[in-house]
Design a protein around this ligand. Structure first.
Ligand code: GTQ
Length: 359
């Protein structure tokens, strides 16, 4: 038998027994070979089967642990004092949803979280406290509850708290995707903090609502150049459209934070959104091929995910995997519910893999 394969094994080596039993499969595995016919069902599923599971994290349950570690662990020891919200189906990647991560960070007055940078994109959605700021690429960005702060990939960033009381926020990162693609780099800054090199909050002031952009800035970044999307502006947007917006049957009045250069998502890998579910809102059910993480800004309600009811309250986090059906319900008759959310939809869409289905 002739072979062009650079191997010292040929068909002549196989005994009849090996050819018919498991021996051939075992031998092939050692050669780095698998038999497609044994895997077709797993590799080409009729529809997506996510390893992520729908999951809910109660802020009320987590908060005591945040405070415990705020007392027990110095910021120097921890570098970042963060509780990771780990999806039981994605423990190996420390991911919250496919390609996405969520954590809750706490920082105390006087603390400085070590400056560093990584290729992963990050954002923070502020939960409680005041008086802290993050410095991103030389710009100090002050935090207030409800603000969305961006840290696009490879920008130096450090956090400092000069107010009173603990400050907590939700961290969103795409490192599960970055790591899956073997594209993760990380570097510590040589000092604890980087100096401020531009006026505080400059980027947010330079881009007013993404409608008036500074024409002299020539670099069109793939990530939004805005450091902070302040809650006061988000609120103003809702107030100005609340009574006239039709909203969607699935999501109520849903607004996407946008990159002012192109109207697209704020980060290439993550779209960030905020939605208002009117009192008594009962959404239509839908599923789509984007993985989603939701954070309750205010209100109480229920999201039904693949038939399972998740009851949420203020500051809770919930994840809905790709292709899981979900339906939001605001159980209050008098108070609107506000949900912040982020999804990997930009990645899924860029690859031509986005599908959705109303149920
Ligand atoms: O604040 O830079 O939750 O680098 C995870 C990784 C927060 C941060 C996280 C991080 C950060």
């Amino acid at each position: 038998m002739t072979s062009t394969v650079p191997s010292d094994r040929t068909g002549d080596d196989l005994t009849g027994d090996d050819m018919t039993g498991d021996g051939a499969y075992r031998e092939m595995a050692e050669l780095g070979v698998g038999a497609l016919w044994r895997h077709l069902g797993n590799l080409f599923t009729t529809e997506p089967i996510s390893r992520a599971v729908p999951f809910h994290w109660s802020y009320r349950a987590l908060r005591p642990y945040m405070l415990h570690f705020a007392g027990a662990l110095s910021i120097e020891e921890a570098q970042r004092r963060v509780l990771m919200l780990v999806n039981p189906g994605l423990r190996e990647q420390s991911a919250t949803a496919t390609g996405l991560y969520a954590g809750i960070q706490v920082i105390l007055p006087g603390e400085q979280a070590q400056a560093h940078r990584h290729t992963s994109n990050a954002f923070r959605f502020i939960i409680e406290g005041s008086g802290a700021y993050t410095t991103v690429a030389g710009e100090r960005v002050h935090m207030h509850p409800g603000d969305l702060l961006l840290t696009p990939g490879w920008r130096w960033h450090d956090h400092y708290h000069e107010g009173d009381g603990p400050m907590m926020w939700l961290d969103g990162l795409d490192f599960p995707l970055v790591n899956a693609l073997d594209t993760g780099f990380f570097e510590l800054y040589p000092e604890t903090a980087q100096p401020a090199s531009v006026p505080d909050g400059l980027s947010s002031r330079q881009f007013i609502h993404g409608r008036l952009n500074p024409a002299w800035v020539s670099e069109r970044t793939v990530s939004s150049p805005i450091g902070n999307y302040p809650w006061v502006e988000t609120q103003r947007a809702f107030e100005s459209i609340a009574d006239s917006a039709a909203g969607s049957a699935v999501d109520g009045v849903l607004l996407e934070y946008t990159n002012p250069w192109n109207g697209g998502p704020v980060l290439p890998t993550m779209s960030c959104r905020i939605q208002r579910l009117a009192p008594g809102f009962r959404g239509a059910a839908r599923r789509h091929t984007a993985a989603t993480i939701l954070h309750v800004v205010r209100g109480e309600g229920t999201t039904v995910v693949d038939g399972e009811e998740f009851h949420w309250a203020e500051h809770d986090v919930l994840t809905v995997p790709s292709w899981a059906s979900y339906q939001h319900v605001n159980s209050s008759r008098s108070a609107a519910a506000m949900l912040f959310s982020y999804t990997n939809e930009p990645v899924v869409r860029a690859l031509g893999l986005y599908r959705e289905q109303l149920l």
